[in-house]
Write a protein that binds this ligand. Structure first.
Ligand code: ADP
Ligand code: MG
Length: 337
């Protein structure tokens, strides 16, 4: 690596405090590889996500906000497995070494890294179009890990937080939405408060680590919703060999979503949007009261939105059980729409 790359790494990723110590990290930034000391009864959970400028965030986005989102979406994957954050790695492709940008970026990372006790232990720094890849490592006890393949017929389906904010935020930020020409904000009700709410929802999704870990013993399957509930719940169904009945009338929405999106668009955003980074999980009926009590104790909102049934795929029904027509498709990075 060149001297200037070394300078960047030292200044923004070591001196910034991002490489804070913890007992499991024996050796972090500075050698050819990081060394981790893991206890034998824990599984190591590893996940990676890339954010590309112009695709996953506007080129002009605030560096602290980009940093926050990049780490948060990775931590959300650990939440989906009920893993506890251990540390992360950062592969950064930068067009230039802009000191103000790097300073704000590393501060954005530090805030979340400290909150989740997840230090930076290594990475790579190269020149090119702005792109951020983060790999998170987490640990989870073998009998507490959550996977996609455990849903059973009769299980209730829950989601954390609200649905649809990610897709609405995309429109609010002026980024392209794949949800079509009718997916527009109700301008008359779109206030500055709404704009700010969606900006925060997009850049600062809350990784549901605490919720997943507190409720893991009552959960049978789990996924984080990154590509829309429809597509992501389908991953649970395929892995578990079952189907689902969903009641869109029970979907949880934020006040901002209710304020500036039509009811039809809210359902579209929830099912086919993406970027929500909430958890979708299942629990057998006899454990639901314990699950709801554990969530309430944490002050975490969870909502039952349907149940697992025999068969395959998702059927949407209204409160009376009448089947509703559903269209569109979950976000696919290489899709044709
Ligand atoms: P190598 O030449 O062995 O591939 P590098 O020159 O890429 O190593 O990196 C030197 C050290 O700095 C390594 O410990 C690496 O993990 C760390 N590093 C490089 N880029 C980053 C980054 N963006 N964030 C954190 N650590 C980094
Ligand atoms: Mg090396």
């Amino acid at each position: 690596m060149s001297q200037s790359e070394f300078g960047i790494i030292q200044r923004y990723f070591v001196d910034s405090g991002l490489g804070f110590t913890k007992p499991e990290v024996v050796l972090a930034i500075g050698d050819d590889a990081a060394l981790l000391d893991l206890s034998p009864d824990q599984l190591l959970a590893i996940s990676m996500d890339t954010l590309v400028a112009g695709v996953h965030f506007p080129v002009t986005a605030e560096p602290a906000a980009i940093a926050h989102r990049a780490l948060a979406v990775n931590l959300s994957d650990l939440a989906a497995m009920a893993a506890k954050p251990l540390c992360f790695m950062l592969s950064l492709t930068l067009p230039d070494a802009n000191a103000a940008w790097l300073d704000a970026f590393s501060k954005g990372l530090l805030e979340l890294a400290e909150k989740f006790e997840c230090p930076l232990v290594g990475g790579d720094t190269v020149k090119g179009n702005l792109s951020i890849t983060i790999q998170v490592h987490g640990t989870v006890q073998l009998n507490r890990v959550l996977r996609r393949d455990g849903a059973g017929v009769g299980d209730r389906i829950y989601v954390s937080g609200n649905l649809g904010d990610g897709a609405i935020a995309l429109v609010s930020l002026g980024l392209d939405s794949h949800l079509g020409a009718k997916f527009v904000l109700d301008e008359a009700n779109y206030s500055e408060a709404c704009r700010q709410y969606f900006m925060k929802a997009y850049y600062e999704p809350e990784p549901r680590i605490e919720l997943a870990r507190a409720c893991a013993s009552t959960i049978t399957s789990c996924i984080d919703i990154s590509d829309g509930l429809y597509g992501d719940l389908n991953h649970i169904l395929t892995a578990s060999g079952a189907g689902a009945r969903l009641n869109p009338g029970s979907f949880p929405y934020s006040d901002a979503a209710r304020c500036c999106m039509s009811a039809d668009n809210r359902v579209q955003a929830a099912l086919y949007g993406g970027d929500d980074y909430e958890l979708c999980f299942t629990a057998s009926p006899q454990h639901c009261s314990a699950l709801e009590a554990a969530a309430m104790k944490l002050g975490a909102k969870i909502t039952c939105i349907g149940e697992i049934v025999q068969g395959s795929g998702i059927v949407c029904v209204d409160a009376a059980g009448t089947e509703l027509a559903i269209s569109a498709a979950a976000y696919d990075h290489f899709g044709n729409d």
